[in-house]
Structure formats: structure tokens, C-alpha cells
Design a binder for this molecule. Structure first.
Ligand SMILES: NC(=O)c1ccc[n+]([C@@H]2O[C@H](COP(=O)([O-])OP(=O)(O)OC[C@H]3O[C@@H](n4cnc5c(N)ncnc54)[C@H](OP(=O)(O)O)[C@@H]3O)[C@@H](O)[C@H]2O)c1
Length: 266
């Protein structure tokens, strides 16, 4: 087992854990000995992913458990967090990853319901999970909270005004956690991915050689990110290696925002 990142034995909770970045995060932590609580809505997929992760690392001593829950449902989140605390005892690491896009729209044509739906997952959902697990971190005097934001907070990309606005709201949550809780041993940081090869991205950009060539051509490093690229940053931010790091927003976009080669919204 690779213990170089020192997450073995930590209890971590990841939202949006059954596909894309969240799944890669769950697997990266579990494979290094962490106890992993995975949250997402689709129960059959969640149970299958839990099983796949457990079977992939038969010698790992940790736990990996799926909890079906929509993060936009405050009561369901409260119940789920109670279950997690009852099963694991406490939480050391939160990765607030669950996020959605809604149908593309201009600012004027954005439907109020779409705005609310997106905010209810991307913003409210992160708050609900933090609200119900932060007490356990405070009680132990330690914790690392990691937000999955997006480079769209600066570029304005995404399917509409709601998406970058929701991701920027996470910055304020991070700031407040650090403002209130650094003296209590709890720190918060953020990861802002660019283009990552996940089902979310593939809904906009089909997995064809032509599309991939065009996406990769925009990235100075020559390729869009794999979910594992983002998971590795989460490992660092959760581990004691980053124990003196707080309030940072780590951009992971292969250099695209430094040297923009053409315009494609993220
Ligand atoms: N992919 C990119 O290029 C990219 C770039 C920048 C930032 N991001 C951000 O990275 C995060 C993960 O994105 P991704 O690309 O991995 O997305 P994805 O492939 O669509 O996976 C999303 C995950 O979130 C879960 N989920 C969706 N709605 C949920 C809800 N209401 N409650 C709980 N879980 C929910 C999904 O499972 P269920 O459907 O079963 O709930 C799934 O496990 C998002 O916050 C996204 O905004 C992605």
C-alpha cells in the first residue's frame, strides 16, 4: 500500500462519488488506507461502485461505504451525516465535489428554476454537508475540507451564469471556514479543474477522435485532465503534507488559462 500521502486511517466523506472526479477521489483515498463514505443519488450505481472499489484493493484494511442521498435535500443530508458519524465515529476529510450543470442558456433566458436547481446542488449541498459534519471535526480539533470548484469562476465558462456563480460561492465558504475554524485545527482549500474527462464533460463533448484532438489542442500540456489528476491534489490537501496550507485555490487545467489557445467554454 502506498502510504506516502499519509491518509491511511483517516475518515473521508466525498459527495458526487460514483462517477468522474468523485469516484477517482474515493478510489485514491481507499487504495491508500482511508475509510471512505461515498455520497450520490443513484443507489444501484453507488452499490456497484462501492463493490468495484472494494474488490480492486482486497488487501486494504479500510472501509468503503455508499450512502444514497441527494445533497440538495437538507433533511436527507442530515440523516446521511448522522449515519456516517454513527458508522465511522467522526470525519477527518470532506471533499465537496457533487456538482451539476443545467441546460445552456443566455443570461436573459436563464430560467429561475434552472438557477435554483443548480444552486441547490452546487452551493446548498456543500453547505448542508459541512453543517452536519463540521461539529465532529471541531470536537476532535482537526479536519481538512476540500471544495471542487472550477476555472469558470474566472473565465465565466460553463452552461450559463449559474455555473460560475455557484463555483465562486464555494470560495466564500472556504474563506469563512478558515476565518472561524483555523484556530480549532480545521482548514479549507479548493481545487479548480479545467477540462476533465468525466461523464459531465462528455455530455458536452462526445468521446470522438476529432473532438478529443480539438480539446487536447487547447491545453499546453497536450491533454485534458483525467479524474485521477484531480484526485491526487485532493490527497495532498487532505494529507499532513499540506498541514500548513489553507485558503488556497489550486488550478489544475494543464496551463489552459495561462496560454489560452482558442475559446471553448468549460
Ligand atoms: N468535468 C469537468 O471538466 C469539470 C471541470 C471543472 C469542475 N468540475 C466539477 O467537478 C465536480 C465533479 O464533476 P464530474 O465531471 O466528475 O461530474 P459527473 O461526471 O457528472 O459526476 C457527478 C457525480 O455527482 C453525483 N451527483 C449529482 N447530483 C447529485 C446530488 N444532487 N446529490 C449527490 N450527488 C450528486 C452523481 O451521481 P448521481 O447522479 O447518482 O447523484 C455523480 O456521482 C463538479 O462539481 C463539477 O462542477 C468538473
Amino acid at each position: 500500500m502506498d502510504t506516502s500521502l499519509h491518509v491511511a486511517g483517516k475518515v473521508m466523506v466525498v459527495t458526487g462519488a460514483t462517477r468522474g472526479i468523485g469516484r477517482a477521489v474515493a478510489e485514491a483515498f481507499y487504495s491508500r488506507g482511508a475509510h471512505v463514505a461515498m455520497i450520490a443519488r443513484n443507489e444501484s450505481r453507488g452499490v456497484r461502485v462501492q463493490q468495484e472499489i472494494l474488490e480492486a484493493y482486497p488487501d486494504v484494511p479500510g472501509t468503503c461505504r455508499f450512502y444514497p442521498c441527494s445533497v440538495s435535500d437538507s433533511r436527507a443530508v442530515e440523516r446521511t451525516c448522522c449515519d456516517i458519524l454513527s458508522d465511522f465515529g467522526h470525519a477527518d476529510v470532506l471533499v465537496l465535489n457533487a456538482g451539476i450543470e443545467v441546460k445552456p442558456s443566455s443570461i436573459a433566458d436563464t430560467e429561475i428554476e434552472d438557477w435554483k436547481t443548480l444552486m441547490s446542488v452546487n452551493v446548498d449541498g456543500a453547505f448542508y454537508v459541512i453543517k452536519h459534519l463540521i461539529g465532529s471535526m471541531e470536537a476532535r480539533g482537526s479536519g481538512s475540507i476540500i471544495f471542487i470548484s472550477s476555472v469558470s469562476t474566472l473565465s465565466g465558462g460553463g452552461t450559463g451564469m449559474h455555473y460560475p456563480a455557484s463555483k465562486a460561492a464555494l470560495q466564500g465558504m472556504m474563506a469563512r471556514i478558515n476565518y472561524d475554524l483555523l484556530p480549532k485545527g480545521i482548514r479549507a482549500n479548493m481545487i479548480s479543474p479545467g477540462l476533465v474527462d468525466t461523464p459531465l464533460l462528455r455530455r458536452k463533448y462526445p468521446d470522438t477522435p476529432e473532438t478529443n484532438a480539438s480539446l487536447n489542442a487547447q491545453i499546453p500540456m497536450g491533454r485534458i485532465a483525467r479524474p485521477e489528476d484531480i484526485a491526487k491534489i485532493a490527497l495532498f490537501l487532505a494529507s499532513d503534507l499540506s498541514g500548513y496550507v489553507c485558503g488556497q485555490n489550486i488550478t489544475a487545467d494543464g496551463g489552459r488559462s495561462l496560454y489560452r489557445r482558442s475559446v471553448v467554454s468549460t
